[in-house]
Structure formats: structure tokens, C-alpha cells
Design a protein around this ligand. Structure first.
Ligand SMILES: *Cc1c(COP(=O)(O)O)cnc(C)c1O
Length: 384
């Protein structure tokens, strides 16, 4: 096959990923360290990300949302532990055993089922019991603990949970951490109930990125950050809270760069319309670059006529509606733009930076969503 160039591609910086892990493990020394690779590794590409993580000996665990993601991690060569954060269907109990995955548990039916299957195959299973402390998502309440304890004792493969965990609802959205304190006190209370029922776990974990960065007392035996691994702060509030406590500002660097090329250059007369709906009309003679990236790829349509991309280190504003696979940018004032000129959608050129935060501001969402929605179809390449 002849060599083909990609119309668009994502570059992953290994150096940045290792550096971010270094920063986080410095904040949580001596703790087990789990890296969250759900949502296609926050849009970075799960297979490529796992390949980089194979080289990092500080990482003990990968956390995923689904059994399908767990299998992708195994296929990418991951031999160490995998924690499955999301639900597992009852029919997938055997897959949990086959791929040696540690499930989060919050349904008694599932616990019964996995206990039964594991007993049958003479296996043991490490389960992580999810405790409800106030997020009211997945998790079991105080009155459920006794019933779960009964199931644990019933199966030789189980006996007791390997871990107890919970998840905070309101750390990254505010600089007021009263609710997080409340959840932490609930967690301690439920741990006591577990101990009273003779199912004291070996490890405990509660900390996503914001908790890992801000609260040492949430680290317990393991931390499980996501967004910060990829070089982003969970929110402005987390950054602010960290700064107010005298923290340094350069803990993380973004791992991902998203690039494409200009595939046609067009000179338009004054008063020309651009793209669907004729929402943009030129007021002078204009030079337009066509870029083969659209909302199918994860570039949100709400950014039509709002954002910009970088061309030769300068801002090229988006003109007209973003289409399914294409967008148009104004390059009238940017010198020396040529056909197949590189453009940067996320990343930096010269003194300009477009971060996922900036795109999130343009489209009224958070950096997590911008990254997670990058299409899995985009070609990914690992760079130094
Ligand atoms: C996604 C997730 C994390 C990681 O959260 P970040 O804010 O990205 O660090 C941790 N724990 C659970 C249960 C999650 O769902």
C-alpha cells in the first residue's frame, strides 16, 4: 500500500504523560496508583495510552468503565491490575474471571453471581465494594451492608471485599469543601459498619484528581485520578484551591495535540456567504481555508462562528457553521499559508495555545467532555 497521510491526527506526548504521573505520585507518595483510562482514555486513545503506561512502573492499576474497555487494556498488553468502575451485566461474570478484572460491586445479584461462578472454577475474586456517601450514583447504603456481608461469607471465592470505595460529588465544582468533608465522614462511618460485620477491606480508595491534588486525607491506600493524568486541572476551582494553599501552578502539561491540514484555499468576494444556513457573510474580500474536521470528529457544532484554530502560529477564526466533516476558517491576514498547511485544533503553536479548557468555554461545557468526545476514529500517534 502506498504511504498515506492522515487528514487529521492526534499526537500523544509520552513525556507529558510520565511527567503528570510523576507530579501526582509526588502528591500521593507510597500509595497504590490507579490511572483512569475510561472513555477511550479521555479521548486520547485507550490502546495508545496503555502502551505508554506499560513503560511506567509507578502505575499499579488501570481503571475502566466497562468490560469492553478492560478487554482492550488486556489486548494492549496490560498485565497488572484492572479495576472496573462501571456496571457489569450478570452474563459477563465469566469474562470478569477470564480477563482477571476487579469489579466495583453495588448489586447483590452481581455479587451472588460472581461468587457462584468463581466458586465453581475454584477462583478467588477481588471485589471493590462501593459505598454510598452522598453522590447518589452507584453505591450501597448503611442498611445494605449486612446483606452484602452475608453474601461475602457464603462464597469461598469472596469471603470479604478486597476494597471499599466511594466517590465525591462536589470537590471540583467549588472552593467550598464542606460537602466533601461530610462524605468523608460518612465513608468512615460505613467502614466502621463493615468492620462490625467482619468484612473489613484490605484497601480503601476515594480520590479522583481533585481529591488527590487537594486532600491528603482522601488518599487512603490508593488514589485513582483521571483528567490530571492527561495534563488538565479538573476545574478552575480546583486550580484556585490549590493555589490558595500555596501550591505550584505547573504540575501538569497536556498530553494531547490535535492537528489537521488545510485541504483547499479559496478567495471570496465581499458579501459571500459561508457554510450551511448562510450564517456568515464576508464584509471584505476574504481568503478561506477548508479543514476536513467537523462535529463527527468531536468538534462541537456550537462553536460555529465562535472559536479559532491555529495556522502558522496565528489565530484563524471559524467562519460559518461547522459541518459534519468540514469547517472553514479565515486566513486572510495570515501570511504564507499553503495548500496542506498544518493547522492545530488543540495544542500550541509559537505563543498561542488552544487548550481543551478554551474549547470548553466556547461550547459551554467542561474540558472532560471536549476530550472524551474526540472520535475514536482519529489516527493517534505516540511522540516523545
Ligand atoms: C472518572 C472517575 C474518576 C477519575 O476522575 P477525574 O476527575 O477525571 O480524576 C475517579 N473515580 C471514579 C469513580 C470515576 O468515575
Amino acid at each position: 500500500m502506498p504511504p498515506t497521510r492522515k487528514l487529521q491526527w492526534i499526537e500523544l506526548s509520552q513525556k507529558a504523560l510520565h511527567n503528570n504521573i510523576q507530579s501526582l505520585t509526588t502528591l500521593a507518595p507510597d500509595k497504590l496508583f490507579a490511572v483512569c483510562v475510561k472513555a477511550n482514555a479521555y479521548g486520547h486513545g485507550i490502546t495508545e495510552t496503555v502502551k505508554i503506561l506499560l513503560e511506567n512502573h509507578r502505575v499499579n492499576y488501570l481503571t475502566v468503565h466497562s468490560m469492553r474497555e478492560a478487554i482492550k487494556c488486556r489486548r494492549a498488553g496490560w498485565r497488572k491490575q484492572i479495576l472496573l468502575l462501571g456496571p457489569v451485566e450478570l452474563c459477563d461474570s465469566d469474562a470478569v474471571l477470564e480477563f482477571d478484572v476487579e469489579p466495583i460491586v453495588f448489586n447483590r445479584e452481581f455479587l451472588e453471581n460472581i461468587g457462584k461462578r468463581a466458586d465453581k472454577f475454584n477462583r478467588t475474586v477481588k471485589t471493590h465494594l462501593k459505598l454510598e456517601t452522598g453522590t447518589n450514583r452507584q453505591g450501597i447504603t448503611e442498611k445494605d451492608i449486612e446483606k452484602f456481608a452475608v453474601v461475602y461469607k457464603k462464597y469461598k471465592s469472596l469471603q470479604k471485599p478486597y476494597a471499599a470505595s466511594t466517590h465525591f460529588a462536589n470537590i471540583e465544582d467549588t472552593t467550598n469543601h464542606e460537602y466533601a468533608e461530610y462524605q468523608l465522614s460518612q465513608f468512615h462511618k460505613l467502614l466502621d459498619v463493615m468492620t462490625a460485620h467482619n468484612i473489613k477491606p484490605e484497601i480503601r480508595h476515594t480520590a479522583s484528581s481533585a481529591a488527590t491534588i487537594l486532600f491528603g486525607k482522601t488518599h487512603f491506600e490508593m488514589v485513582r485520578p483521571g483528567i490530571s493524568i492527561y495534563g488538565y486541572w479538573p476545574s478552575k476551582e480546583t486550580y484556585l484551591s490549590h493555589k490558595l494553599e500555596g501550591g505550584t501552578n505547573n504540575l501538569f502539561e497536556p498530553v494531547l495535540t490535535w492537528k489537521s491540514r488545510i485541504t483547499q484555499i479559496k478567495n471570496l468576494e465581499t458579501d459571500s456567504f459561508i457554510s450551511y444556513g448562510c450564517t456568515y457573510q464576508t464584509t471584505t474580500k476574504s481568503k478561506i481555508g477548508i479543514i476536513p474536521v467537523g462535529y463527527y470528529d468531536g468538534y462541537d457544532r456550537s462553536i460555529s462562528n465562535k472559536g479559532y484554530v491555529l495556522v502558522n502560529g496565528k489565530r484563524a477564526p471559524i467562519r460559518g457553521r461547522i459541518c459534519m466533516n468540514l469547517m472553514m476558517v479565515d486566513i486572510s491576514d495570515i501570511p504564507k499559508v499553503t495548500l496542506e498547511n498544518e493547522v492545530t485544533l488543540i495544542g500550541s503553536e509559537k505563543n498561542e495555545i488552544i487548550s481543551a479548557n478554551k474549547i470548553a468555554d466556547w461550547s459551554g461545557t467542561i474540558n472532560y467532555e471536549i476530550l472524551a468526545r474526540l472520535s475514536g476514529e482519529i489516527y493517534r500517534e505516540i511522540v516523545l
